[in-house]
Design a protein around this ligand. Structure first.
Ligand SMILES: Nc1ncnc2c1ncn2[C@@H]1O[C@H](COP(=O)(O)OP(=O)(O)OP(=O)(O)O)[C@@H](O)[C@H]1O
Ligand SMILES: [Mg+2]
Length: 249
């Protein structure tokens, strides 16, 4: 499952880390693939990027086997294919290579049987890294922030999804649209919910992620919300989201 939206700061990484942890808590073996040069998922689960020898870059550009690069996180059942800033060059280095859009898919095909869920945290762009992610995935989860301009850029994203479905990956489905960072005290948040539901209808997850201070704090301790503060509202909603994803089958 790719977590994608080319808009920055909408909650992609927060969702990747905490949905991944939620699925692992429910007893699934989960791999998180960090395909963002910012490497926020990698550090978000407590991996020191300075200590990472090889990363997703080596898999995409140098055909390194993913099983040689995957590392265990601190949490049981949760594994990471890390990213480092080295990946920043890949977007350009991949351009002249053969089958540049299917490199991640070829890598994932080597390991997909070993995990119940594989979650890919995309960068905020619609470039080759996101194309590789959509081509490798069965579905895409789109986080949308409950703020002004929430829907901005979504038609571009949906167009990219359609192009990938047509030319690169017939199996790609929209898993759902996830409303994030809701401040329920404001009318604006409720308006955005209404607008997004009107457009995406049953594709909107029942679970809505509120703004929660603990969710913002957890990454600086290298922990998911589920280990950082299991009793918080943030942990509760991400476990709820995990259950909703599991119920999709
Ligand atoms: N529900 C939430 N409550 C409070 N803070 C949140 C919540 N979700 C995300 N944040 C914070 O908002 C910021 C942006 O979130 P996040 O990094 O998940 O977005 P992103 O879409 O991955 O960003 P980028 O496009 O840069 O990769 C982070 O500082 C994160 O901790
Ligand atoms: Mg991110």
């Amino acid at each position: 499952m790719a977590i994608a939206n080319q808009k920055g700061g909408v909650g992609k990484t927060t969702t990747a880390v905490n949905l991944g942890a939620g699925l692992a808590k429910e007893g699934n073996t989960v791999l998180m693939i960090d395909i963002d040069p910012q490497g926020n998922t990698t550090s978000g689960v407590g991996i020191d990027k300075g200590e990472v020898n090889e990363c997703i870059y080596n898999v995409l550009v140098e055909d390194q086997k993913p099983q040689n690069v995957i590392i265990a996180s601190k949490m049981e059942n949760l594994f990471v294919l890390p990213s480092t800033i080295q990946l920043a060059g890949a977007e350009i280095e991949l351009v002249p290579t053969i089958s540049r859009e299917v490199r991640l898919k070829n890598a994932v095909d080597q390991i997909r049987d070993q995990y119940d869920y594989i979650i890919i945290d995309c960068p905020p762009s619609l470039g080759l890294l996101t194309l590789n992610s959509l081509t490798a995935s069965d579905s895409v989860l789109i986080p949308v922030q409950c703020e002004y301009y929430a829907m901005e850029g979504l038609s571009q994203l949906l167009n990219t999804v359609r192009l990938v479905q047509k030319h690169l990956n017939h199996n790609l489905e929209i898993e759902g649209v996830l409303l994030t960072m809701l401040d329920a005290r404001t009318n604006l948040g409720l308006q955005v919910i209404e607008e997004v539901k009107k457009y995406f209808q049953e594709k909107v997850f029942q679970t809505i992620i509120p703004r929660n201070v603990r969710l913002g704090e957890a990454p600086s301790y290298g922990e998911s919300i589920i280990s950082y503060d299991p009793k918080s509202k943030g942990a509760e909603v991400y476990v709820e989201l995990a259950k909703e994803v599991i119920s999709h089958g």
